[in-house]
Design a binder for this molecule. Structure first.
Ligand code: SF4
Length: 136
């Protein structure tokens, strides 16, 4: 059972952590939506900081600060987090029974008939609901 408070996940994303905590076992800890949302929040905060900086600093300094911080604190960490998320999905897709089942939704790591997240090699249905992929 995931005992981490919901706010912790947002703090992890905003603080640019790249790995899921060890106690995040019952559902995907990072998702595409949460990664993109956190990146947008970081970019918005950086935008406010750059607007404030523009009041006291030269335009060239503001421009370089904005570009470097947008890349370094906004976009690049989100890309790394998404890579980590993608690796997790890939591990489940390739190495588990669910990955070869028609009811597995890769996008959100969900078993669509049981409506539960698949986070380990053990299929939540214990194999009883498994059906092959239609194109297999
Ligand atoms: S039906 Fe079973 S094997 Fe298929 S995705 Fe759901 S839990 Fe996995």
């Amino acid at each position: 059972m995931n005992q981490r408070p919901r706010n912790d996940r947002w703090m992890d994303l905003l603080l640019l952590r790249m790995r899921e905590p060890v106690d995040a076992v019952d559902r995907p800890y990072y998702t595409t939506g949460s990664i993109v949302t956190a990146a947008m929040i970081r970019v918005a905060l950086l935008g406010l900081i750059c607007i404030a900086l523009a009041q006291v600093a030269d335009a060239t300094i503001v421009w370089w600060t904005a570009m470097l911080s947008l890349w370094g604190l906004g976009i690049y960490p989100a890309w790394l987090q998404h890579q980590a998320f993608h690796e997790t999905v890939e591990r489940i897709t390739v190495g588990t029974l669910c990955g070869a089942c028609r009811y597995f939704n890769e996008t959100n790591q969900l078993c669509t008939i049981m409506d539960v997240h698949v986070t380990s090699e053990e299929p939540p249905c214990e194999g009883e609901g498994w059906e092959p992929l239609e194109n297999a």
